[in-house]
Design a protein around this ligand. Structure first.
Ligand SMILES: Nc1ncnc2c1ncn2[C@@H]1O[C@H](COP(=O)(O)OP(=O)(O)O)[C@@H](O)[C@H]1O
Ligand SMILES: O=P(O)(O)OC[C@H](O)CO
Length: 494
């Protein structure tokens, strides 16, 4: 048994970097968080400065240890979880990024994806990677960097450049450039990884003109990747994309279990075990982590704007002073007064996949006020999740008993009740909403013997509250029909 006292989880999200210390009972001992800059160089483009990502992540690590008085020698392991798909290329000799990271939300490569479809590659992409040909994934972002950063292609072909998603970048920095690695879950989001053979896909690499030498080694999510130099050497022992980590943190190890995370976007994942379900309804097939720490398959519905709609109400419209106020505003009115907000700010993700759609507010009348718009924004988060749940239940051929939720916006009681009502499902909220970090900690703890088995973990995850549906079926379907009409108005494709 491992006698160290803590696991450190690094959670590198879209808007902030976090470091969370977990003790043996998986309780949070300490946490540090830093936001970092979002760059929007053109409409629909989103970038991050990878140097700032590392600086904020490193600062949270130092801060959480300082705040709690925990020494690196007391750490059994580090687990990493990260915003997925966000694409970085750096020089392997200098360690310098050649450009800002291109963020998962960025739409700049939509025309390149159109070209892939014109070239007839859509079904190849789906059968090989489980994904749809969309700008969301890393492949076309890498291609854009190679085509647009002066000298990049020649350097990549000479073997001087490395590609990584953010997990890979953090391991590279923590190991001082010694290790270039990713895990199966992150690799499965690149649109370059074959989820059948569990190898980089030579056919797609050739079609996208991406040199294989740039790619990291791929390992299971529960494994020793290298050691972080923190005065003592601490093993980096667990790694997973944030949505797969949340699935693991919610104990969804087994087939048929589903979680929905309400962070910047909303991501619903169903563990389908060894069954690679090919969606007929616009969902993705992706890699997740099974009970033994090995690969399992999952169905995923990804929507791009979840809690970020609430940030927009706060920062751009200034309708609320902070995110939690949205619950108060929404509860002041009986309904949204016919107002619908379709948050297609960066196009529509699952199940529509329309990169050119843009946001709308419909149904405004003279009686509509601030509270109605805020309520419509929260309802939009729940409507999008119903779209995903309907698609998932049809693909998997089953009716869910309950939806496990987490992420920042899951704290909103109005949203959770409306989610239960609009899906006619029980919604189960755990006591701890940091399930993403918890999942990464679980993986690292299992890999190092800090925890013995997934069976042991169940005792550490408890329920805070269950939301039970109360809305009549007539009302539910009326509301949802109104949503579908509003979505139809934003679409640029049928
Ligand atoms: N009480 C709340 N009601 C609605 N949205 C909220 C609330 N608290 C936080 N949010 C939203 O949740 C998001 C932050 O959640 P988090 O899980 O930290 O996201 P991420 O990991 O994507 O950075 C923000 O977009 C914020 O607007
Ligand atoms: O950082 P989050 O929590 O918004 O998650 C982002 C997703 O991983 C994008 O696929």
């Amino acid at each position: 048994m491992n006698t160290s006292e803590y696991i450190l989880a690094l959670d590198q999200g879209t808007t902030s970097s976090r470091a969370i210390l977990f003790d043996r009972q998986a309780r949070i001992t300490g946490m540090a968080q830093r936001e970092f800059t979002q760059h929007y160089p053109q409409a629909g483009w989103v970038e991050h400065d990878a140097t700032e990502i590392w600086a904020t992540q490193r600062a949270t690590l130092t801060e959480v240890l300082a705040k709690t008085g925990v020494r690196p020698a007391q750490l059994a392991a580090i687990g990493i979880t990260n915003q997925r798909e966000t694409t970085l290329v750096w020089n392997k000799h200098t360690g310098q990024p050649i450009h800002h990271a291109i963020v998962w939300q960025c739409r700049r490569t939509a025309p390149l994806c159109d070209q892939l479809k014109t070239d007839g590659l859509e079904s190849e992409i789906k059968s090989r990677t489980g994904l749809v040909a969309d700008a969301y994934f890393s492949a076309t972002k890498i291609r854009w960097l190679l085509d647009n950063v002066p000298g990049a292609r020649a350097q990549a072909e000479a073997g001087d450049l490395l590609f990584g998603t953010i997990d890979t970048w953090l391991v590279w920095k923590l190991t001082e450039g010694r290790v270039h690695v990713t895990d199966y879950t992150n690799a499965s989001r690149t649109m370059l990884f074959n989820i059948n053979t569990l190898e980089w896909d030579a056919f797609l690499l050739e079609k996208l003109k991406i040199p294989a030498a740039m790619l990291p080694e791929v390992k299971p999510s529960c494994a020793i990747y290298g050691h972080a130099s923190l005065g003592v050497e601490v093993p980096i022992a667990g790694m997973a994309g944030d949505q797969q980590a949340a699935l693991f943190g919610q104990l969804c190890f087994h087939k048929g279990m589903v979680k929905n995370t309400y962070g910047t976007g909303c991501f619903m994942l169903m563990n389908t075990g060894q069954n690679k379900v090919q969606s007929e309804h616009g969902l993705l097939t992706t890699l997740a982590v099974g009970a033994d720490g090995g690969v399992s398959y999952a169905l995923e519905g990804s929507v791009f704007m979840g809690g970020a709609i609430i940030q927009w109400l706060r920062d751009e419209l200034e309708l609320i002073a902070d995110a939690a106020d949205s619950e108060i505003c929404a509860s002041r009115v009986d309904d949204a007064h016919g107002v619908y907000l379709v948050p297609a700010f960066t196009g529509l993700g699952a199940p529509y996949w329309d990169p050119y759609a843009r946001g709308t507010i419909t149904g405004l009348t003279r009686g509509a006020n601030r509270n109605h718009i805020v309520r419509a924004a929260l309802e939009a988060i729940a409507f999008q999740s119903r779209d995903l749940l309907d698609a998932m239940q049809q693909d998997a051929g089953l009716r869910l008993a309950a939806l496990r939720v987490d992420g920042g916006a899951a704290a909103n009681n109005f949203l959770m009740q409306f989610q239960a009502d609009i899906t006619h499902n029980r919604v189960i909220r755990p006591s701890m909403l940091e399930t993403t970090a918890l999942g990464a900690a679980f993986l690292a703890g299992l890999a190092t013997g800090f925890w013995q088995s997934t069976g042991e973990l169940a005792q550490y995850v408890t329920t805070d509250r269950e939301f039970v549906p109360t809305m009549s079926s007539t009302s539910r379907e009326q509301h949802y029909h109104g949503w579908q009409q509003a979505v139809a108005r934003t679409r640029t494709t049928p």
